[in-house]
Design a protein around this ligand. Structure first.
Ligand SMILES: NC(=O)c1ccc[n+]([C@@H]2O[C@H](COP(=O)([O-])OP(=O)(O)OC[C@H]3O[C@@H](n4cnc5c(N)ncnc54)[C@H](O)[C@@H]3O)[C@@H](O)[C@H]2O)c1
Length: 247
């Protein structure tokens, strides 16, 4: 399928993991890509795999950097059809040991970063009468031991995504979220090994997800065909969020 021919797709945090997998997928369907990450070498590597992609070094927590990135993207491509708010970090700790820095960076990247990017693209999407915004929540948004910062950020992503869905609806702009379960990326590899193994044992589909599983869902939610789907949080998690551990 070539659903993204002539569509301009922005993906934050696309230097590795899910962002890179989505970049590959959108590129394979003909998208013009604006990719950003704090890691310059990594985002350039992703861009090198995707025809015509523009890599940029942007910290989404910094509103000025985001504003400049969107301006440069508009001068290069003339429009913005899809924004994927994918950048995120984890800094796990029990709440009583969590430092201000651990709290702040997680909120700043996932939540403040999403706000900065949405605010910057919204006027253009409204003017076009077309836009697709996809943001990354997590199964941890329902709460997860040792992740007070991350759970708060990822629950916040859902609230913001649904609000943007209401504000965008009259203008042809949809806003949805994906809540991944355990997906095989460098972020998952950085998790405490015991916690990871315990969680992996609870996945009803009995496997950890592949980044391509997420890219597939993203390619649908951001497509023109998904124009009547908005305010949705799609769990892509092999069934782990269903709730019962009984088999
Ligand atoms: N992998 C999983 O199992 C999983 C599960 C649930 C949710 N998620 C979410 O999916 C998204 C992608 O996760 P991943 O596993 O690919 O993570 P990852 O750590 O492998 O990749 C994240 C990318 O974001 C970049 N980044 C970090 N801070 C940034 C900033 N301030 N500005 C711009 N880029 C920044 C990193 O450099 C990295 O390239 C995240 O929002 C994450 O919270 C992942």
């Amino acid at each position: 399928m070539r659903r993204y021919e002539n569509r301009v797709v922005l993906i934050t945090g696309s230097g590795q993991g899910l962002g890179r997998a989505m970049a590959r997928r959108f590129a394979a369907e003909g998208a013009l890509l604006a990719l950003c990450d704090v890691n310059e070498a990594a985002v350039k590597e992703t861009a090198a795999e995707c025809d015509g992609a523009r890599p940029s070094v942007v910290d989404v927590a910094d509103a000025r950097q985001v504003g400049e990135w969107i301006e440069e993207t508009l001068s290069a491509f003339g429009r913005v059809d899809v924004l994927v708010n994918n950048a995120g970090v984890i800094r796990d700790n029990r709440v009583e040991r969590m430092s201000d820095d651990e709290w702040n960076i997680v909120i700043d990247v996932s939540l403040r970063g999403m706000f900065h990017c949405v605010r910057a693209v919204f006027p253009q999407m409204k003017q076009q009468g077309y836009g697709r915004i996809l943001s990354f929540s997590s199964m941890s948004g329902r709460g997860n031991f040792g992740q007070a910062n991350y759970a708060a950020a990822k629950a916040g992503v859902v609230g913001m995504a649904r609000t943007i869905a209401l504000e965008g609806a009259p203008h042809g702009v949809t806003s949805n979220a994906i809540a991944p379960g355990l997906i095989d990326t460098p972020m998952l590899a950085s998790m405490n090994a015991a916690a990871r193994a315990k969680l992996a044992g609870r996945v009803p589909m009995r496997r950890i997800g592949d980044p391509a599983d997420i890219a597939e869902a993203a390619a649908y939610l951001c497509s023109e065909a998904a124009g009547y789907v908005t305010g949705v949080v799609l769990d892509v998690d092999g069934g782990i969020s269903i709730g019962s551990a009984l088999r």
